[in-house]
Design a binder for this molecule. Structure first.
Ligand code: SF4
Length: 103
């Protein structure tokens, strides 16, 4: 006799929405560091806001603002580095602890 215990392939939809929470966090992979000496430059803020393809920069009342929720969308195009004075803006890649900047 066989113990007729056949568990049919129950379609337990294993929905791994673990990345949902990760998506709520921003600045997990990328951090933009702005030197205090340029932070208040609204003209530069406007140029950065226009240049960045993923809208990480915005023009605020007090100058350059970072749009936190877009940080991890950075495509490392370096357009912002071309606009900012050398050494005053840095893209920090938190996932490999390296930095992009103009010397
Ligand atoms: S490297 Fe490119 S995508 Fe990243 S912040 Fe600068 S302009 Fe935006």
């Amino acid at each position: 006799m066989t113990s007729g215990h056949e568990t049919g392939a129950s379609t337990a939809a294993a929905q791994s929405s673990a990345s949902d929470e990760a998506r709520r966090l921003h600045g997990v992979f990328i951090q933009v560091e702005i030197d205090d000496s340029i932070r208040g430059d609204r003209e530069l803020a406007a140029k950065l806001a226009e240049a960045c393809p993923v809208d990480i920069f915005a023009v605020g009342d007090s100058g350059i603002e970072i749009v936190d929720e877009n940080l991890d969308e950075c495509v490392l195009c370096e357009l912002c580095l071309d606009l900012a004075p050398a050494g005053k803006l840095r893209i920090r890649k938190l996932y490999d602890d390296s930095v992009l900047e103009r010397a």
